[in-house]
Write a protein that binds this ligand. Structure first.
Ligand SMILES: NC(=O)c1ccc[n+]([C@@H]2O[C@H](COP(=O)([O-])OP(=O)(O)OC[C@H]3O[C@@H](n4cnc5c(N)ncnc54)[C@H](O)[C@@H]3O)[C@@H](O)[C@H]2O)c1
Length: 356
């Protein structure tokens, strides 16, 4: 199938949490979307059907999304996808993201995240597709040396886990690639803490096993799937002693990708640019629990336990560069983040697993 070059975007890892939500504003902005995902961390769906998040996106948008069950580590299969479409640009979400797990199986993390990215870049180069948006993370900053964190903050220092290092290495590879060939144009998005769900409640974060992040854990406790939340440390130098983070609504983050794609299409200046995506506001763990409790009307039992290795007191960004460069800023409040998470969790208490 051949599609118009200027409007077709490839999403690697597009069946996952951030990718699936991003498809919606892309389609609403007139883009055609092709997803490549090996479904290692996404709900597969019934035999012969598309993955559940993709089916949900199709229902929500009324538009078809082309899907390929392809592993980035298989260059030939990735190349075959590029043979079938003329992509104007690629958004590279695919990768492994569990910080704790990356300390136990670092080689797997480097193979999937770093080697997978190199495979993708080689195939893109061979097909002369040289515009990329890359999902990076605020973890590349390590322990914040100052707040709010600007893009000028040092990266790569004292990174404590393979996940953060893999993102840092990929950012370096992208910089080198852009230095070597002036035709490349890359936007590196450093996400702070994406949370929430599509406001319909029909698409959300669907972690397998025990959630790594605060919001899905709070939601599972609120709905009764888990008995109690552990809060790691209440003796930090913050408003109430618990850790402060920059939470960002997933639909704001999704729209940030559309702004990045548009920027790549109109940009005359090539090279690699790193941009923080966050709200610029920090909320403590207890503030999140309190807000979630208010919007859900549920009590959220929690216990204070010791600090977790690698956690810092506060992390929030200076989001002004995203506004200047992309014309994007986060609009949704913590209340909306909690309301939309609760809607999704109430509609799908077990996530999508029951729909397989
Ligand atoms: N969610 C967050 O809190 C967060 C924060 C910062 C950065 N990020 C980054 O954003 C990206 C997307 O995150 P997410 O939360 O949507 O994660 P996710 O796990 O929900 O989505 C990643 C998708 O990539 C797919 N994938 C993994 N390995 C693959 C491979 N070898 N080939 C093809 N597909 C593969 C998975 O099946 C999954 O659908 C990741 O790169 C992640 O590191 C996420």
């Amino acid at each position: 199938m051949n599609t118009t070059k200027s409007q077709c975007v490839l999403l690697t890892g597009g069946a996952g949490y951030v990718g699936s939500h991003t498809i919606i504003p892309l389609i609403e902005s007139g883009y055609e979307v092709v997803v490549l995902d090996n479904l290692s961390n996404a709900c597969k769906g019934l035999e012969g059907q598309k993955p559940v998040p993709i089916t949900k996106v199709e229902e929500l948008t009324g538009k078809e999304v082309t899907f390929y069950n392809v592993d980035l580590l298989n260059s030939n299969s990735v190349s075959e996808v590029f043979d079938k479409h003329d992509f104007c640009c690629v958004i590279h979400f695919a990768g492994l993201k569990a910080v704790g797990e990356s300390c136990h199986i670092p080689l797997t993390y480097y193979r999937v995240n770093v080697s997978g990215s190199i495979n993708l870049l080689e195939v893109m180069k061979a097909h002369n597709v040289k515009k990329l948006v890359f999902s990076s993370s605020s973890t590349v900053y390590g322990e914040p040396q100052f707040l709010p964190i600007t893009e000028a903050h040092s990266v790569g220092n004292n990174l404590l886990n393979g996940y953060a290092k893999s993102k840092y290495y990929i950012e370096g590879i992208l910089q080198d690639l852009c230095n070597s060939d002036k035709d490349w144009s890359v936007i590196i998005l450093r996400y702070f803490n994406p949370v929430g769900a599509h406001p319909s409640g029909n698409l959300g974060e669907d972690p397998t096993g025990i959630p790594n992040n605060l919001m899905p854990f709070v939601a599972q406790v609120a709905v009764g799937s888990r008995p109690c939340l552990q809060v790691f440390g209440n003796d930090y130098d913050t408003v109430d002693g618990t850790g402060v983070r920059d939470y960002l609504h997933i639909m704001d983050l999704a729209e940030g990708h559309v702004s990045a794609v548009k920027k790549l299409q109109t940009n005359n200046k090539n090279g690699a640019v790193a941009i923080n995506l966050g709200t610029g506001n920090g909320y403590s763990v207890l503030q999140v629990i309190d807000m979630f409790s208010q919007v859900s009307g549920r009590k959220i039992p929690y216990e204070i336990v010791g600090r977790r290795q690698g956690d810092c007191a506060s992390s929030y960004c200076d989001a002004s560069f995203a506004k200047d460069y992309l014309g994007w800023e986060a609009k949704r409040t913590l209340k909306e983040m909690c309301q939309d998470t609760w809607k999704w969790q109430s509609l799908y208490p077990q996530g999508f697993s029951t729909l397989k």
